[in-house]
Write a protein that binds this ligand. Structure first.
Ligand code: ATP
Ligand SMILES: Nc1ccn([C@H]2C[C@H](O)[C@@H](COP(=O)(O)O)O2)c(=O)n1
Ligand code: MG
Length: 224
């Protein structure tokens, strides 16, 4: 069987030749953004359980590269320790590979795009299939959380992450303000942004998230 990207590209090539339509469903892409510790990963788990998305965390994919001691592993580790952003071609390649391997067509891309460079790199990949899916995500979630709360959560996370310390967290917050907020503003201007007030219990926060995806489910059932 063909995977999502293969079937899209094959489908487009075959359509161009006037042969057949693509076999698989059009991808539905959600970007999940927010500062460090804003609760992106926590809410992604609930979205997966409720709406059946595939969860691709950019940070988890990068940590997997470190653990596998790949060629980029040492560079990724140093970048993460410094609270900086890994070059886009590395991260985009990992995300694209996961999308190719997935049987799902609904993707939650968590912690990406973190910079304008990330955003443009991913768009370049999507633009190869522009006639099918466009270059824009369907939904962009922004978990808006006060800094004080994010710092408290990260310092209590206790998952052994190399970046969960006060020094790195301060750098990550600076990077978030300088490089990630412009991406959030970009999607706000495009009318794609759904801002979630990320304070309260996990369940209370999910009750803000649920109607966003529920509305898309209703739409897809109505449209067919
Ligand atoms: N609503 C909440 N109230 C209190 N703690 C929370 C809440 N949501 C998540 N947490 C906790 O805060 C910590 C950070 O959450 P999570 O890992 O989901 O954040 P994140 O946005 O993915 O962060 P990062 O960008 O660093 O990966 C975790 O320990 C999680 O259990
Ligand atoms: N698009 C991304 C996502 C993550 N990283 C690096 C830098 C982050 O501080 C770190 C941890 O990510 P998280 O688990 O907090 O989403 O991974 C990156 O460079 N680019
Ligand atoms: Mg996370």
């Amino acid at each position: 069987r063909l995977n999502t990207w293969e079937s899209l590209t094959t489908g487009i090539a075959q359509q161009a030749k006037g042969v057949i339509a693509p076999k698989e469903k059009t991808p539905f892409i959600t970007f999940v953004l927010g500062g460090p510790g804003s609760g992106k990963g926590t809410q992604c788990i609930k979205i997966v359980e409720t709406f059946g998305f595939a969860h691709l965390s950019a940070g988890d994919l990068l940590r997997r590269e470190i653990a596998s001691k790949s060629a980029d592993g040492a560079m990724i580790l140093n970048t993460i320790k410094e609270g900086k952003i890994v070059p886009s071609q590395v991260t985009v390649k990992l995300i694209q590979k996961e999308m190719e391997l997935s049987d799902n067509h609904k993707f939650l891309i968590d912690g990406f795009p973190r910079t304008e460079e990330n955003r443009v790199s991913f768009e370049q990949i999507l633009s190869e299939w522009q006639s099918q899916i466009g270059v824009e995500p369907n939904v962009v979630l922004f978990f808006d959380c006060p800094e004080e709360e994010m710092v408290k959560r990260v310092l209590n996370r206790n998952e052994g992450r190399v970046d969960d310390n006060l020094e790195t967290i301060k750098k990550r917050l600076t990077v978030f303000q300088a490089l990630s907020l412009p991406v959030i503003n970009y999607y706000s201007e495009k009318g794609k942004l759904y801002t979630i007030k990320a304070i309260g219990t996990e369940d209370e926060i999910f009750e803000q998230v649920r109607p966003i995806f529920a509305a898309f489910e209703v739409c897809s059932q109505t449209v067919g």
